[in-house]
Each structure stands twice: as C-alpha cells, then as structure tokens.
Write a protein that binds this ligand. Structure first.
Ligand code: KIV
Ligand code: ZN
Length: 529
C-alpha cells in the first residue's frame, strides 16, 4: 500500500491524520445534473443541511456559471450551510467560470473552487480541439485564478483515467505549482478497473514533484458497476479524498455511492484502515430524503439503504439471525439507521409520538401546518390499516414535505360499475383556490386523470404510469409513479394512498408541479470547453 499524505497541512482541514479520508459529496452537482434528478433551491438547501449533519467534509453545491439557478443555489448554500467546506465547479479555461464560482461562494465560512479540464487524447482532440501544451497553459491559468480567490483549490483532470501517464504527470505538476491543494483524477466515463485506479494514484505519488504536499482525490463513475470498487482501490493507491453521491446518483450510471464506500471502509477496516467523519446512523435518513425530493426510490436490493438490504426471507437465514445476527449480517441495521422492527404505530398513537417518528425518519423539519396534514393522513390510514410501517409513514409524508406546490390534491369521489364508464368528481387547490371538475373515463384512473385535465388544463403527455404496493397485504397503500412529457422535458411524480385512484392523482399532481417549476427555469448556457 502506498503511503498517504501524512499530516498534510491542508488550508481547510489543518493537520490531517494519515488515516483520515475526506468525504466530498457531489450529490448536488454531478448527481443533480443527471436526467430527472434536478432539485429546486429549497430542496438543495434541505439536502445540503442533511449532508452537513451527516458529516461530509466537502459539499459540491453546483456549477455557478452554468445557470442563474445554479449560481443562486451555490450562493444560498454558502450562506446558510455550516460545518462543511462548500465547493463550486468551474472550467480551468473559463475566467468567467472562476469569477462566478468565487462570487457564489463568497459567504461561505470555508470555500473551495474546483476547476477542471480534459486531459485525455480523445477529449483534447475532439471535445476541446486543443493541443496538449494549450491545455497545460489553461491548467496554470485556472489554478492561479482560483488560488487568488481562495486557499482551497481543487483541480480535476477530466477523463484522467484514459490520459497518457507521462502527460498526466505534467498536468498534475502544473496544477500543484499553480496552487492546487487537491488533485482529482476522475474515471469520467466509468472505464477503469480497480487495478488501473490503484496504479494511477501510486504512479502520481511516486513521480510528481510536490505530490506529498497535496491531497489526491478519486471520482469514479459507475458505467461498469465498478464505481465503489475503483474508489476503494484508489484509496489503496494513495487517494485520501473520495468523491461520491448519496444513493450513487450521477451522470449516466451514476457516481460511486457514498453509503457503500463509508460502510465498506467501516466494515472492512482490516483491509481499509481509514476513518471518515460520517455519522453512519444517519445514512438511511439522508438516502430517503434524497429519494423523496427526487421521486426516485433506490432499488429494493440496493446495498445499505435498499428495502431488502437487511431483510431475511429464507427460513434458514431467519433462524440463523434469530440465534446470532452475525450469521447473516455483516453490519448491524442500526449502524446505518434501520430500526430492528419497522412496525411502529397504530390508531392510538398521538401527535407527539408521530412527530418523534418523523424526526427519526428524517422529516424533523416539517412545519406545523405540514405536520398537521401528515398527522391527519396518518390517522386516516391507521383507521384503515391494521399495521402501519415506517414505509407507510414515509410514503404519506412525502406529499407533505414538498415545496413550491402550486397544485394540491383536495378530494375525490368515484362512481364505478363493471362494464360502464367510471365517473370521478375531483377537487384541487390551485394556488390556494379550490377548483372542481367532473369527468368520465374508461376505468377509475382514466376518469380521474380526465377530471384533473379539466380542473387544470395542460398539454403534457402521460408517458408512464405504474402502480406498486408500499408494504404487503390487501390493505397496503398503493404507490404510483406518473411520468409526464412536455416539449421534450420529462418529469416523474409519486403519490401514495390506501386508495389506488387517489394515489394515482397524487402522483399526477406531483409531476405537474415539477413541470410548472421546469417551465419557469432558464436552460443552462451551452458549455463547450
Ligand atoms: O466525471 C468527471 O470528470 C467530473 C469532473 C467535472 C470532476 O465530474
Ligand atoms: Zn463526474
């Protein structure tokens, strides 16, 4: 194993112990830029607070020059989120980029400018249309400009894993000389293997003058499903910063998943003798918060945070776990935020217990009005359903935590008889005003959606409609996903309710609200360098 940058004196972290790995979260930048995962300002601020409380060291909050919205969210996070270094992305070649990053980050207690440029032959020739010497010049210009605005500067070699090793050494040397304090070598297209990544970091640490004075960073995409493995191998090679996202969201197949890396380091300390600042008991809470905000659930078998990650179906496994959990569990569910039994409350549970439960599930910031609405829905559900599980609570409060809702579901009544058209009478709250409509349709959901289109006329096309159950049993809540398409823009909405038709309408209303936000958002300027 290569030696780490022992006791490096870092501008933001001071003297870092040799075994400390910095967790750099890019959920709000690389994660947010993937299709369908965009978040509004309030949502980004909520996520940034949660990430800081989770213990991430650096939050990459956005790419300020890309759009006004990105600038504003980096600026607001810099102003309000305490505890972590706030980072903004910029192109090495863009003077405007670096100035925008510096301005957006101005209010932060600790700030980092992260500048990048492609270094692989393929990217330099076809994307940048630049000669290697010109790229080297921009590395110097970019890092010097960033260093004039903050002492904490990161430089990334985009497509670094496919870069010629000799040229990569020259680029890294130029970046260090110009003032970069963190050097990131991304596997931008998810092509590398663990062996490649370990070799690249060991090589840089061995060959580049000044390499022992900076932190090396890993940033691995998951196109071959190797993001986490490549990250752990990078640490073995000497990287001491890990770039990752909650639930592994990110461009294409995503980035390496924060929760998996942190728990791999913790569980296999024998092989990865490192520490992080992450409060692992909050991992599930933050994962669920992101899933709620983006309407993208993780798959049931997702490591650490998937619904089945600690579920034991086979009788032999269940028997083993009852005798000694270690037989089939390599970490405790509690260590990542699961409770042993998710059966929680019934119709006699009070408001205070409900509030406590919400806090434990990551919804501690609900204001009184939202809490009252969620509690009323919980009581309603508890009347209909024998057992109310954590998953039920999460599904029903999802509707209540959403911000910027112009349209809210009101009431629905349905008349349906087999072989005849169904009729739905629907009421919505549109910007606080009650709007009612009645419509018929080929079945209850069709009638409900027709009523919705009549109450709130729009041209969006229904591109996907799917229904599942939140838990098991005929009294389980239905969870519906609705995808709408308008002018090439896609949005997904989710809704849950004991009544399948109501759950479908809630999902539709959620998607419609997202579409309204999207309509008002300016598209980012095209970025070329
Ligand atoms: O994947 C990548 O190369 C990036 C850089 C901008 C760091 O996200
Ligand atoms: Zn990336």
């Amino acid at each position: 194993m290569s030696s780490s940058s022992t006791h490096i004196n870092h501008p933001s972290f001071g003297n870092l112990p040799a075994d400390r790995v910095i967790i750099f979260d890019t959920t709000l930048r690389d994660g947010e830029q993937s299709p369908g995962f965009s978040m509004n300002l309030a949502e980004k601020l909520r996520m940034a607070e949660a990430l800081a409380a989770l213990g991430v060291d650096v939050i990459e909050a956005g790419f300020p020059v890309a759009s006004k919205g990105d600038f504003e969210s980096v600026n607001q996070i810099a102003k309000h989120t305490k505890g972590a270094v706030i980072c903004a992305l910029a192109r090495s070649g863009g003077a405007k980029d670096i100035a925008a990053a510096g301005e957006a980050l101005a209010p932060a207690e600790r700030k980092r400018i992260h500048n990048f440029i492609s270094t692989s032959p393929l990217h330099m020739k076809y994307k940048l249309r630049m000669e290697p010497e010109a790229v080297l010049d921009l590395i110097t210009t970019g890092n010097t400009a960033a260093r004039n605005l903050t002492d904490d500067v990161e430089w990334s070699a985009e497509d670094g894993s496919r870069t010629d090793p000799d040229f990569l050494c020259r680029c890294v040397e130029a970046a260090i000389k110009a003032g970069a304090t963190t050097i990131n070598i991304p596997d931008t297209v998810g092509y590398a293997t663990p062996e490649d990544m370990e070799r690249i970091f060991s090589m840089l640490l061995e060959r580049v003058p000044g390499a022992d004075q900076v932190i090396f960073s890993a940033h691995n995409h998951n196109d071959l499903g190797l993001g986490v493995a490549n990250t752990l191998a990078s640490v073995r090679g000497g990287a001491r910063q890990i770039e990752c996202t909650i639930n592994g969201i990110g461009e294409r197949a995503g980035n390496a998943a924060l929760e998996e890396i942190v728990m791999a380091i913790r569980t296999r300390h024998d092989q990865y003798p490192f520490t992080t600042g992450i409060q692992s008991e909050s991992l599930l809470k933050v994962s669920r918060m992101l899933a709620t905000i983006t309407s993208f659930d993780v798959q049931p078998n997702k490591a650490i945070v998937g619904r089945n990650a600690f579920a034991h179906e086979s009788g032999i496994h269940q028997d083993g776990v009852l005798k000694n959990a270690a037989t089939y569990e390599i970490m405790t569910p509690e260590s990542v935020g699961w409770s042993r039994s998710s059966l929680i409350m019934g119709k006699h549970s009070g408001r205070a217990a409900f509030r406590d439960k919400l806090k434990a599930l990551g919804y501690g910031d609900l204001d009184d009005a939202k809490l009252n609405d969620a509690f009323a829905r919980f009581k309603d559900l508890a009347d209909k359903k024998k057992a109310v599980y954590d998953e039920d609570i999460v599904a029903l409060v999802d509707d209540e935590v959403r911000d910027n809702e112009h349209i809210r579901f009101g009431t629905l009544s349905l008349t349906s008889c087999s072989g005849k058209p169904s009729t739905v009478t629907l009421s919505l709250h549109v910007d606080g005003k009650v709007v009612e409509a009645e419509a018929t349709g080929n079945g209850p959901v069709d009638a409900a959606f027709n009523a919705l289109r009549s109450a709130f006329p729009h041209d969006a096309r229904l591109a996907l409609f799917s229904v599942g159950a939140v838990t098991e049993g005929t009294d389980a809540q239905a969870r519906t996903t609705v995808r709408l398409e308008e002018d090439g823009k896609l949005v997904d909405g989710q809704g849950a309710d004991a009544d399948t038709v109501v759950s479908a309408v809630r999902a539709y209303v959620h998607a419609l609200n997202k579409l309204l936000v999207k309509r008002t958002r300016a598209e980012p300027e095209a970025l070329t360098v």
